[in-house]
Structures are given as structure tokens and as C-alpha cells.
Write a new protein. Structure first.
Length: 150
């Protein structure tokens, strides 16, 4: 008779998922710390840590998209437009403030109006694409959940 290994019950699976989630979040935070340390403390050229920064960024983007899709309780068409605009504005403000802070204070480079405007345009485009992609994933996740309920 072929004996199978013990299959985890629901409680053990929940514990395993919590541990994995905690370790994933700790890993992402550690990667952010490593990239920041290499950039601002060690003054390494970005070519030496670009791979870590790209891996970390893709992980966070996919994590947010997966949460929106798999959770399925966020439907962008049922959210008031002012909340979406306020969230997008906050997203822009944080990105723009960090960019100006990084170049003006941490790297000591002169920041003129043309640089600030170019940075704002790039942040607008990238943030817009991220919000659009996440909104689509949230909508499709919401449709999937509604379809499963019916």
C-alpha cells in the first residue's frame, strides 16, 4: 500500500502562508535598504545595483496587481472619481517629492525648472500606466469574483 505524506490542514496552511508573506515583505524591505545603502552611502554607480532595484520594483508592482486581481473586492467603476484622482495625485506628489529630494539633497546636484518639469512628465506617465494597469486588474478580479458568485 502506498502511503502519502501528511497533507497540511487549513490551520497549518494559514500559518505557512503567514510565514511566507512575512518573509516576502521582509525580503522586499531588505532589498529597498540594500539599494538605498549602495546608492546613498557607498555612492556606487547605478550599474552595480540596477538588477536588484529592477527585481524589487517588478516584485512590488506584480504583488500589488496580484492582490487587486485575486482579492476581487476593488471595482474601480464603483469608486468615486475624486478618490481615484486624490490617490493618483498623492502617488504623483510622493514620486515627485522623492525625485527632487534625491537629486537636490542626497546627490547635491542643481535642480532647475526644466529638470523638475521633465521629471514630472516622466512620473506622470509611469504613474498613469501603473494606475491604469492596476485598475484593469482590479476590474477583472472583481468580474471574476462576481462571475463565481453567480
Amino acid at each position: 500500500m502506498n502511503k502519502r505524506k501528511a497533507i497540511l490542514d487549513e490551520r497549518e496552511l494559514n500559518t505557512f502562508r503567514r510565514i511566507c508573506t512575512s518573509m516576502y515583505i521582509i525580503t522586499i524591505i531588505a532589498l529597498i535598504g540594500i539599494v538605498s545603502y549602495r546608492d546613498f552611502v557607498l555612492d556606487q554607480p547605478h550599474q552595480q545595483w540596477d538588477d536588484i532595484a529592477m527585481l524589487m520594483s517588478i516584485n512590488v508592482i506584480v504583488l500589488i496587481g496580484a492582490l487587486l486581481y485575486l482579492n476581487g473586492n476593488v471595482n474601480p467603476f464603483k469608486i468615486k472619481i475624486r478618490y481615484i484622482i486624490a490617490g493618483y495625485g498623492g502617488f504623483l506628489l510622493v514620486g515627485f517629492a522623492f525625485t527632487i529630494f534625491k537629486y537636490a539633497i542626497l546627490e547635491g546636484e542643481p535642480v532647475d525648472l526644466a529638470f523638475a518639469f521633465d521629471s514630472l512628465i516622466i512620473i506622470l506617465l509611469i504613474s498613469g500606466l501603473l494606475v491604469l494597469g492596476w485598475s484593469l486588474l482590479a476590474y477583472f478580479g472583481s468580474r471574476k469574483i462576481e462571475k463565481n458568485i453567480k
